[in-house]
Design a protein around this ligand. Structure first.
Ligand code: CA
Ligand code: CA
Length: 312
């Protein structure tokens, strides 16, 4: 199995970055990731961290996938997310919905328990002496290299990136665009737990190992139904994930992308696709705290399958 260690990190997804590893389509790869503070905030006494120039949201990679060419779709099956045994949250006086509440940075360290998923129970964290929370580890930053200028890992866009979609968890499949030869997949910014919005500015930030299987989907394999990337298959729903300057824009983009997909997959016209979405589709906020805001539109896959669609 290919392993990409967390010494291979960057704060930008860029086609000019040399590949850390090369794989065949269909291979399984492990990405070891740092936390979003570059593993530098290890003590509540030192909330600014222990590095002079930490990388913000370091992403591990990139992975070059053979035969991936611009126009293809990269299928990324999230086989496993193992988070380390501690996480960290930090306030910000400049970013996040509540930044005016804070005049300086404060850090909290949390110990994560049962991280080996013993007895099938999810890992847990004690928030304080009273409250124990179940973890739901997710990937905050995951994307391919854009075709043009690089995009820093604080920003989500059509290449993926800092989408902070809490639905990107173990057992789901993410579809990303291939913009450059080899796709150049990177990921990082794991959250042991996060709510929609990520309103403070962070999730329960942590590092760990992410195991994925990556496959190249060619146009011919899509059977005439374009997959509107970034696109997620999660726990029975498919989701378009779109980012824009405002939530309104991102929401409209996500809805319109899903409608085109429903039209093609279920062979419906605009009216019936719109009706089905108005009845069955849920719009949700991924995050409101990054340079672009992210919204997802969810639709039940079984409805599309009832019309004969098979998601590749
Ligand atoms: Ca993030
Ligand atoms: Ca984060």
């Amino acid at each position: 199995m290919i392993f990409i260690g967390k010494e291979n990190v960057s704060g930008i997804l860029d086609k000019g970055i040399k590949a850390a590893a090369v794989c065949e389509s269909g291979e399984t790869v492990v990405f070891e990731t740092r936390d979003c503070y570059d593993d530098a905030v290890v003590s509540e006494e030192r909330p600014l961290g222990d590095k002079d120039n930490p990388i913000e949201n370091p992403a591990t990679g990139p992975l070059y996938v053979k035969d991936a060419l611009p126009g293809d779709v990269l299928k990324v099956e999230i086989l496993d997310i193992q988070v380390r045994n501690w996480g960290v949250m930090r306030s910000s006086a400049s970013c996040g919905v509540f930044h005016e509440d804070f005049s300086e940075r404060t850090a909290r360290i949390f110990q994560l328990e049962n991280r080996e998923l013993k007895d099938g129970k999810p890992a847990e964290v004690w928030f304080d002496d009273t409250l124990k929370l179940q973890l739901d580890p997710m990937i905050g930053v995951i994307g391919t290299a854009p075709a043009g200028d690089g995009i820093t890992t604080d920003t989500p866009n059509s290449h993926g990136g800092n989408m902070d979609c809490r639905k990107i968890v173990t057992g789901t499949t993410l579809y990303l665009p291939v913009n450059v030869e080899g796709a150049l997949l990177s990921m990082g910014d794991l959250h042991a737990l996060m709510g929609d919005g990520e309103v403070l500015i962070c999730g329960l930030e942590t590092g760990g190992n992410v195991t994925v299987r990556v496959s190249v989907l060619k146009e011919s394999g899509l059977k005439g139904v374009r997959i509107p990337t970034p696109f997620l298959n999660c726990r029975g729903d498919v989701m378009t994930i779109q980012s824009a300057g405002t939530l309104d824009e991102a929401g409209e983009m996500a809805a319109k992308a899903m409608k085109e997909f429903v039209k093609a997959a279920a062979k419906k016209d605009d009216l019936e696709a719109g009706m089905l979405m108005s009845l069955l589709s849920n719009m949700a906020v991924c995050q409101v705290v990054d340079p672009l805001k992210t919204v997802r539109m969810e639709f039940p896959l079984k409805v599309l399958e009832a019309y004969g669609y098979v998601l590749p």
